[in-house]
Design a protein around this ligand. Sequence first.
Ligand SMILES: C[S@@+](CC[C@H](N)C(=O)[O-])C[C@H]1O[C@@H](n2cnc3c(N)ncnc32)[C@H](O)[C@@H]1O
Length: 361
Amino acid sequence: MLEYSFHAPGAPERELAGTGVKAKGVEHVGLLPTGCTTRCTKINKSMYIRKRETYHLLSVKMATSSSHVENYDASKFWIAPARNFRTSARLHLQHFLFQNTIGYLLEPTIEESLAASSRPLNVADLACGNGIWLTELHSHFAKNNISAQLDGFDINPVNFPDAAYLPDSVSIKQLDILAKPLPADLIGIYDMVHIRAFVSVIPDGDLTPILSVASDLLKPGGFLQWEETRGDKWVVESPSPQVSKLACESIVQVLEGGQKAQGINNEWVDVLDTCLGQFGFQDARLLSQKKRKQDYKGWTEDYLMVWEECAAFFPPKSQASNAPLTREVWTEMFANSVKETEQGVAVHQGKVVTVVGRRPQ
Ligand SMILES: C[S@@+](CC[C@H](N)C(=O)[O-])C[C@H]1O[C@@H](n2cnc3c(N)ncnc32)[C@H](O)[C@@H]1O
């Protein structure tokens, strides 16, 4: 990311810092903090203009540290005490957005095989959050007269529904699924293991721990189904050229820059079937489904909630006045992003990937 410093002629005290963005091949710079992401047009190498005011560029340099985002450990996000009903509400929304995109709880070939079984099934959902996938699966199985024990595991119980409200067939327990050893009574007992939205917990892209757990829990011949989105890539769309999307693009630039600086890369999501195959799963297949346009608003709201929470990762000006991005600046960028989304700007991650595979017999 580039850091820009400006001053307005005759008003040196109005020195500004801005985040550089490029839109349609023309360089625009969001001026911070006074006019956060208000479009500023480049006139020549050193002059920018915004609302008839001219600003002189003092310097442009590569940001050495974009923010505390670089110190932020995404894998620890979920166990932080700040996770609460808002996180859970977001997961409920995200569940329905996933379902709208892929159209099934169980991938059809897995469902066909499981439905053919005459004995009661065992299904595990790893990192189950508030258990919404399991409770919906319970209703689906009940409608189709499929008998099953449905077990959810998550490291953080804060979002679990009370057991009194869960169907008898659903149990949700606190468990760090990556801690060794796994409870012995769970080994090799599941007909199917489900994983969804676990990408942020694997910042280094090392899939061996999670695939080992899935494989250990499955019976021989059992199925793994994993749905994921790329957490490192965002798409920002404006409904028309007249509607600015600069504030949303600036936020995406900061987040993507922070992840890049940390070496986070989710490219493995696009080749997850190959990863499953290399690990030893059989019949590994990847299905890729584009998000529906009518769901863009819902996805956008889901991400806005994440961005709002991200404010905590930036230092307040009072603690770090020289920080390239203070909490105040982030909050202003966020407020401007919200305004853009109210004009129809959408933020999403393009597609959902489902991968299925089978533990060898
Ligand atoms: C993005 S949420 C997804 C929740 C759920 N799979 C869904 O799709 O609704 C990620 C979940 O992973 C859980 N998690 C993170 N690390 C974990 C670990 N080591 N063991 C178990 N759960 C973990 C978090 O507590 C959080 O509920």
